[in-house]
Structures are given as C-alpha cells and as structure tokens.
Ligand binder design. Structure first.
Ligand code: HEM
Length: 356
C-alpha cells in the first residue's frame, strides 16, 4: 500500500457545540424517563443498555508494522490487559432475537500517555467502541439523534422521524438501516465490528475494525438463535468455557475526502479504497463468565464507562458524529453513576479493591 494521505481535515460549524450539548441533554432526559418507568432501578446506559457478556481480554500490539501504522498506541509491540463489554444497541433491554445494533466496548489497562478528557488526562486506561456495521445510515449526528429520539415511542417512530428529517431522508435512512439490523447474528465470536467514524492516529486519520480470527469457526451445533432471550451472551460464554476467542484489530487509513470522508459517516471506507491492516490481536482467554469470579467481573465491568474520547491525545476522535459523542457519553455516564477509571495494569487487582 502506498503511504496514506495526511491532508484530512475536520470542518466544524460555529454553532455546533451548543447543538450537540442539546442533543446530549435530550438523550439524557430519555434515559431518565426510561429509568423512571422501571423505578426504583437506577438509569441504564442511554444507548447500548443491554450487555451480552463481560470478559477479561488481552490486547497485543504486533511487531513489524509498517511506518504508517507504527504510531501512538501501535508504535511498539506491547501487551495490555483489557475488559470487554458486548452489547445490544438499544436504550432498552430486549431479547437478542430482536433487530438491533451490536456493539463492543474495549478498555485497555496500563496504557501510557496523556488522555483527552479533562480530569481524566492521567488515567492509564484507553477505550475503543465498535459496532457491527462498516458505515452508518446517518450522515451526521443531527440524523442519528433525530432517529434515536423518534424511536423512544415505537408507535410514533415513523411520523416523528419524518417530522424531523423529511419523508425522503427518513425513507433513505430506513432503507439503509433495516437490512443490517434485521440480520440474525449467529455468534459474537464470528461477527465483525467497526468504528465507522474516524480517529486521528498521529499524522493520519483511521477507522478501526475488529475481525474474528479464523480460529473462531462458526459452530452450527451451538447455534442458539431463537432458543433463548440471551442467546448471544450464552453462546459466547460456552465458547469461552472451552477455549479462547480471538479477533484481529485492524486499521484503515484515510485516502481522500471523497472516498474516505471525515465528516460524513454514511460513506463506507471500503476495503477496495482503504485496505485494512491488522495491527493488534484481541484475545479473550478461556474463562468461566458465570462462576462467582465471572459474575463479580461482570458487575464491575457493567458499571464502568467506555467513551470514544477516553483515548490518548494522538488518537483524537474526528468528525461530526464523534464531536457529538464528546457530550453524549459524559452525560449518560453521569446519569447512571458510572465507576471511576480503574487504576493499575492488573484487572483482578481492581476488582479486589472494590470488594474488600
Ligand atoms: C457510529 C459511531 C458509534 C459507535 C461505534 C458507537 C458505539 C457505542 C458502543 C459500543 C456503546 C456501548 C459502550 C459500553 O459498552 O459501555 C455506546 C454507548 C453509547 N453511545 Fe454510542 N456509538 C456511536 C455513535 C453514537 C452517537 C452519534 C451518539 C450520540 C450523539 C452515541 C451515544 C451513546 C451513548 C449516550 C452511550 C451510552 C454511554 C454510557 O452510558 O456509557 N453513540 N456506543
């Protein structure tokens, strides 16, 4: 691959920040309304409320990367302990067979370097958040938030979306979103995840991807679709009881504004234009997520926050959708009283601290 371009740029309208703060407040108000409806429970996440599974993981940066990948976190081969949280995308907990976004949050421990979020600059953690689609049907946060808010009331969803975005755009978005949501997932171990919006990587701009390692073979005997409300987590838990599950962590580099846009999240950065490169391996080692230790880990990880802006400064999130996220996650985690960042590089040590 030729050396990737470095002439990417963000275009930030002057009124944007106030609008994005307003979106974050609206999402938080929805989060509170849902919590009140289930009283006396404390609020769930405003989005991705339902976890499928929490696990311990290892994230290993590979050696011998090309110069354009050997940047920031990927500059040197290194291994980090990590927590992962697999989730469904809705702000309500529904059965896994329902159409939904699927996501994964990854929190690395012991990562050096100053972080972005004020007050968390010295934290030694670093987050990645990915979903099951390589692009979003939404061009920007205006469209994303309009759809999410319209979806709070299923019966009024379509008229509300049309009122916000117009008939043509609503129809285009629905046409883009439905096939991906409706696709039945066999296993989280054989699902590809993407960060379909950009982040800086030193001089470059990149998308992240997480592709199942070839060793995570589909297993029909294990296929639990339809048999259980929680089949996604149960299937992965079964695999982990028997052995590790691994994914390749990949980078796609910005080429040009037309084919790999920074501000428009609806354009896929295709493999033909921006071939992805494996730079690290995420391995969930063999573990029992249902024994006493696994359950302890699960409630610890559930109360953490995963935030795209909680990252090294040389990996700043870019583009419209990302700038909107810079407000939304902070308000959601405040509303639900998320735990502070774990300290240290050893995961089990953190958990012991909270239980002694
Ligand atoms: C297309 C890019 C996006 C991706 C890949 C993504 C991914 C995720 C994932 C994986 C989670 C769950 C994290 C966890 O397990 O704790 C999450 C949560 C969340 N997302 Fe996004 N998301 C995207 C866009 C957005 C946008 C545009 C907004 C709003 C402007 C948003 C608002 C939220 C909120 C409020 C939460 C819950 C935060 C918490 O309480 O911890 N997301 N997202």
């Amino acid at each position: 691959m030729s050396v990737p371009a470095t002439d990417w740029k963000e275009v930030v309208p002057p009124d944007e920040d106030a609008r994005f703060i307003g979106y974050a407040e609206k999402l938080q108000a929805m989060q509170h309304r849902r919590a009140r409806a289930r009283a006396p429970e404390k609020p769930d996440r405003a989005l991705h409320a339902k976890p499928n599974l929490h696990a311990l993981a290892e994230f290993s940066v590979l050696p011998d990367l090309p110069a354009h990948a050997r940047v920031g976190l990927f500059a040197e081969p290194a291994s980090y302990h990590a927590y992962v949280r697999f989730s469904n995308g809705q702000g309500v907990r529904q059965p896994d067979r329902m159409p939904d976004v699927r996501g994964i949050g990854i929190k690395l421990l012991g990562v050096p370097g100053t972080k972005l979020i004020p007050g968390m600059q010295d934290a030694t953690t670093q987050d990645f958040l990915l979903i099951k689609s390589a692009s979003t049907p939404f061009r920007n946060a205006d469209e994303f938030v309009a759809f999410v808010l319209a979806g709070e009331n299923q019966a009024l969803f379509v008229p509300r979306a049309i009122a916000a975005l117009g008939f043509v755009r609503t129809w285009q978005i629905l046409r883009g979103i439905v096939p991906g949501l409706a696709e039945r997932v066999r296993s989280l171990a054989t699902t590809r995840y993407y960060q379909p919006v950009p982040s800086q990587l030193g001089l470059y701009a990149v998308h992240f991807g997480l592709w199942p390692h070839a060793s995570n073979a589909p297993n029909r005997a294990r296929d639990k679709r339809g048999s259980s409300r929680e089949y996604l987590g149960e299937e992965l838990a079964e695999r982990l009881r028997e052995g590790p599950v691994s994914y390749d962590f990949r980078l796609q580099h910005f080429r040009d504004e037309q084919r790999t846009p920074i501000e428009d999240a609806s354009i896929e950065w295709t493999e033909a234009v921006a071939p992805s490169l494996t730079v690290a391996r995420l391995t969930l080692p063999q573990q029992d997520v249902n024994n006493a230790r696994g359950r302890q880990l699960s409630s610890f990880v559930e109360n953490l926050s995963f935030d795209p802006f909680h990252t090294r400064q040389d990996m700043r999130p870019l583009g419209n959708m990302m700038r909107a996220r810079n407000h939304a996650y902070r308000l959601s985690t405040t509303a639900r009283g998320a735990s502070p960042e774990p300290s240290g590089a050893q995961p089990l040590h953190d958990i012991e601290k909270t239980t002694t």
